[in-house]
Every structure is written in C-alpha cells, then in structure tokens.
Design a protein around this ligand. Structure first.
Ligand code: PGA
Length: 253
C-alpha cells in the first residue's frame, strides 16, 4: 500500500479574533517545534483576516496554513472574494474548497467547486476538496451515489496525489456530535478512492489523502484515524481548542 502521511487539518470557519487566533496558532507551533519530526502534517485554516499573521506566527514550526475558500478567477470585479493567488501570497499552501457550508450558504455547485480547485492548483496550492451526503441522502440509501457524483464533478483536471486532498464530511455529522460508524466511514473512503482512481488513475488515487470530517474529537479520533482509507481529519469545533486539536493529531497511527 502507498504510504500516506496523515494530514490533521483545522477548519476554524468564521471564528477567531486576532488575539485568540494568534494564541492558538502560537501554541500549536510551539508543540510542533517541540515534537520535532511529526508522523503527521498539521494544517490550520483560519479566517482570511488572520492568514498572514498566523502564517508569520507558525513560520518554521512545520504547521501549514490554508484558506477556507477561494474564488475561481485570478482577479477582477468580485467584491468580497479572495483569489488563490492572494492566499498563496499571504502564506497559504492549501485551500479548502466546496465545504458543505459554502455549498449551502453560497449555493456552490460541483462545477463551481471544480473551478475553485483548478484555480488552487494553478497557483501552487493544495486543494482540499470537500464532499459528503446530507442526512436525507443517507436515509434514502444514496450515500455512495452522491459522493461519486461529487468526486466526478468537483475534482479538477490535473489533480494528483501531491496537489489534491479529499475531505469526506457527511453533512449531518458536521457540528452535531454524531458520526457514521467506523465501518461506514471506511466503506465510503474506500469507495471514494475507487471513484478517484477512475478519474485520475489508480497510482495517483492510491496516494491521495482522504480526510474524514464531521465531529472528529479526541474521543473518537483514534478509531477513525486507524481506518485503512482514512488519512487524517478535517476538524472544525475541536480545532479551536489547542489541547483537543493536538490530542487528535497525537491519535494518528
Ligand atoms: P466539526 O466540523 O468538526 O465541527 O464537525 C468539521 C468541518 O465542518 O470541517
């Protein structure tokens, strides 16, 4: 099996004023430095207002910084939006695209997400492409069908094991304290990798990190991260507390 280094990614969402955000970033940087060579990669995705200072705070620690979204276009008349080039310029190496909150709050389609991911790749960023079914879709037995459609529609051309990360986030598990069972998570992750193989080739798909997201906590991280096709986590609520986020990272096999 291809060795995939786990990625522990924090999605801060619309949380954090300067003092809190920089304190959190500083604490994580300190722990990463003290740890030396970690068996995992750590990524934090702060609100856009904090990216530059967070990047300065974690510089040299190994903690990576990502955006929470980007626009598909390089520049222009798009008030309030931020381009992938701007994120890279501010110190990002990664960007989350297609989070279910973006898909819902901003009506983003698979085509929009694909265009954003393509922009990320074009600017040297790793695209963390989020997919996942709603509760109604799971109840209707459509989980695999929905995730297959989102992989097919959201993953851009030119995606490789080096520039693409997938985050499987069942919408009903985000911020709810509920998660699928471990066998259910593994089933979907293995299925996603199979769908990816059809799209980008088996060799690349074998190296793509597929993160689980949705109520990952210190208490369930070990079981989830031990699954064969789970290569890390995209963590919301628990990523805002240094001890919790760190404990999740320490749960990597
Ligand atoms: P959560 O969020 O960990 O708070 O459930 C995960 C996410 O939305 O990325």
């Amino acid at each position: 099996m291809t060795a995939r280094r786990p990625l522990i990614a924090g999605n801060w969402k619309m949380n954090g004023l300067r003092a809190d955000g920089l304190a959190l970033a500083g604490e994580l940087a300190k722990r990463m430095k003290a740890k030396g060579k970690a068996p995992f990669e750590m990524l934090v995705c702060p609100p856009a207002t904090l990216i530059r200072e967070v990047a300065q705070t974690v510089a040299g620690s190994g903690v990576l910084v990502g955006g929470e979204d980007c626009h598909a276009k390089a520049s222009g008349a798009h008030t309030g939006d931020i381009s992938a080039a701007m994120l890279a310029d501010a110190g990002c190496t990664h960007v989350i695209v297609g989070h279910s909150e973006r898909r819902t709050d901003h009506g983003e389609s698979d085509a929009t997400v694909k265009a954003k991911a393509a922009a990320a790749l074009g600017n040297g960023l790793v695209a963390v492409v989020c997919i996942g079914e709603t509760e109604a879709e799971r109840d209707a037995g459509k989980t695999l069908e929905v995730n297959a459609r989102q992989v097919a529609g959201s993953v851009p051309d030119g995606a490789t094991a080096a520039n693409l990360v997938i985050a499987y986030e069942p919408v009903w598990a985000i911020g709810t304290g509920r998660t699928p069972t471990a066998p259910e998570v593994q089933e979907v992750h293995a299925f996603i990798r199979k769908e990816l193989a059809a799209k980008i080739g088996a060799a690349e798909a074998a190296g793509v990190r597929i993160l689980y997201g949705g109520s990952m906590k210190p208490g369930n991280a070990k079981e989830l991260l031990a699954l064969a096709d789970v290569d890390g986590g995209l963590i919301g609520g628990a990523s805002l507390v240094a001890d919790d986020f760190w404990a999740i990272a320490q749960s990597c096999p």
